[in-house]
Design a protein around this ligand. Sequence first.
Ligand code: MN
Length: 705
Amino acid sequence: MLTINTFCQQLQTYLEPDQIQQVRRAYYFAEQAHDGQQRKSGEAYVLHPLSVAGILADMGIDHQSLQAAMLHDVIEDTEITKTALANQFGCTVANLVDGVSKLTHLEFKSHAESQAHNFQKMAIAMARDIRVILVKLADRLHNMRTIGVMRAESRCRIARETTDIYAPIASRLGMHKISVELEDLAFRAYYPMRHRYIKRAVETARGKHKALIEQVQQALVNCLAQENLFGTVTGREKHLASIYNKMKIQNKSFREIMDVFAFRITTDKVDTCYRILGAVHHLNLYRPVPGRFKDYIAIPKSNSYQSLHTTLYRVGSGVQTPIEIQIRTREMDAIANHGIAEHWLYKDDDSGRSAGTHSRARQWLQGLLEMQKQSGNALEFINHVKHDLFPDEEYVFTPKGEVLALPKGSTAVDFAYAVHTQIGNSCIACKINRRLAPLSQKLESGNTVEIITTTTAKPNMSWLSFIATAKASASIRHYLKNQVNRDSVNLGRRLLNQELGSINTSLEQIDPNQLQQYLERISIANLDDLLADIGLGKRMAYVCAHSLTKANNDTGQATNAPIAIHGTEGLLVKYSKCCNPLPGDSVVGHINSGHGIVVHRNLCKNLKELARQTDKTVSLTWAETTEGNFNVHLKVEVTANRGIIANLAASVAENDANIDQINVNEQDASLSVVNLGLNVHNRIHLARVMKSLRRLHGVIRLTRQ
Ligand code: MN
C-alpha cells in the first residue's frame, strides 16, 4: 500500500530534499484537515490525495503540483480557506488548489456534442495555470480507479463526464496514457457487461495468436540485429474502449479489429528511425502495404505526437494479417504517453516559480510551432493549438445551464446580444453569479449570466465603449441608426405640417392620389422617406408643401405657425454652441442639410449671415414644458478676493444648477473675470441663478454670453 514514506522515497529520483520536505508537509496538513473523514470504501480520506500525488509523480511532475494534489480537496471538504493555504504553502500552491476546486464545481448538464466541446475548453480556460488541469486529471483518474464503490447512478454520471470532458482534455494535451486509462475505466463503469465480454474475447484472441505474434516479433528483432540497428521491439495492446468504439462507430467486426498485430520499435535517434523503417520494409517474406505509410516525425500531429507508422503483410501466407509498426525515439515515446506533463521531467533552475512553469508550457507550445515551421505546414495548425491550450475565449453559462463562448473582455451586453438581438436591445441590468452587476463588468469563464430586460429599454450609445463582440456593436449601431431615421421622420412630419398649416391645410387633408403622384414625380418610394429627407434638411418643407397643394395654393395668407421644441427631439435638433439658447429665449431654427435643425437665439451674431438663406430658416418656439439641461455661459467680473470662486460655486449649487466649466482671468491686482459654463433648465432657472450670484459680495458685474 502507498504510504507517505514510500512515496517520498520515489520522489528522491527527481526532486531536491527540501522540495520533498514541502510535499511531505502538505501531506501532513491534508491528513490533519481530513481527519475523521473517510472515502466510500472505508479507507482514511488522505489516501485519495496521496494517490493523486502518486499519479502525478509517476509522470515526474514538479513539487508544487504534488503539494496541490495533496491539498486538492481541502478547500472543498474542510473548513480551511484559500488564505490559510496561501499562508502555509504560498500563493502558487493555494491558487492551484483553488483552481482545482473551481473545476470540481463545474456542473456538467448536457452531453450534446458541442456542449461537451465547450466544457472542455471552459475547463482549460478556467485553469490559468495548466498544472490545475494536470492535478484535476489525476484526481479524476484515481476516482475512476475506485469508482466501484459508488452507487450505479453516480457511476454512470461520472463515467459519462469522464468520456465527454476529461479523457478528451488529456488527449488534447497529448497525455495519451491517462486519456486511454480514463476511457477504459469509463467504458467499464458505463457498460460493465460489454467490457467483460470484450476483455474475455481479447484474451482468447491473444492466446490463439500468441505463437504467430512471437514469430513476427522475433523476425523484427533479428532484422534489427542483422542491420546493426539499435531498437527495442514491443507488442502493442489495443485498449478495450477503442476496440468497442471501432466496432460501434466504424461498424467493424471484432475479428477485423483483433486480427491486426501491432508493434512498436523505440530507438535513440531520429536518423535511426528512418533506417529502421528501411530495414523493416525489406524484411524477408514481408511487404509494406501501399498507402499505409505515415511520417508523423516530419509532420507531427497537432498534439505534438511524432512517430513513423507503416503496415506490413506476409507474402504468400494464406491469412492476410496486417502488421502495424510504429517507429519512434524514446523521447517521442515519452511525449506520446505524457504529452504536456512530460515537460516537468526536464526541470530547470526556476522550477519553483509559477511564472517559470507557465513559460515552460509556452516553450512547449513554441517547440510545437518550431517543428511545424520546419515541416512547412499551415498556419491553421498554429492557431488550432494555441487556441486549444490558451483560448482567447471566456465560457459562461446561461441561466438554463448552456455554455456560451465569448471573446475575452466580453461583457453582459455582449452576452445579451449573443443570446438574441432583441434581448440585447431591451436589456437594462444583469446578474452575474446571481448577483446584480454593472453591464460593463467583464465576464469570466464559469460565470452564470442572467439578463434583465424591460420593454421600454433602449440600447445605449455608451455601451459601444466597453463591448467586445462585433455582433453587439453592429446591433447597437443598427438600432441607433434607425433611431436617427425615426427621429428625422417625426421632425420632417412636423416641418411639413407647419408649412402646410401656413396654407391652411395639413398632411391628413392631402388627397392620397395627389401625394402618390408627387412621390412618383420626385422618385421617392414612400411618405416616410420624404419626411426623413425633410427632417434631415435634404428637401425644403416649403417647396414640398407648395408642390403638394398646387391646386389651392392661392389661399396662402395664414401665418407660419412656429414649431414647438420639446427637448426630446433626439439627434436632429441641436442647440448652437455660439449663442447657447435656453427655453424661454426667442429662437430661430436653421436647417443644416443632412443633419437636422440647429437652434439659435434671435440675437445671435452668426444668424445674420445664416438668415440670408431664408429657405433654410424655420420659426421655432419652445413647448410649454421643455425637458433637459441646457448650456449657458456667464461672464462674471469680481474683485480679487479670496474664496470668491468657492462662493460662486456654492451659490450655483444651491440653485440646483451645475457648473461644467470654470476659468479665471486676472485683469489686474483687484479685478478678475470668471467665465462660468452652467447647465440650467430654462431662462427662469437662469434668472434665479443670476440673481443669487449678483447678491454675492465681490461680484461687480454679471453678463450672459
Ligand atoms: Mn479529489
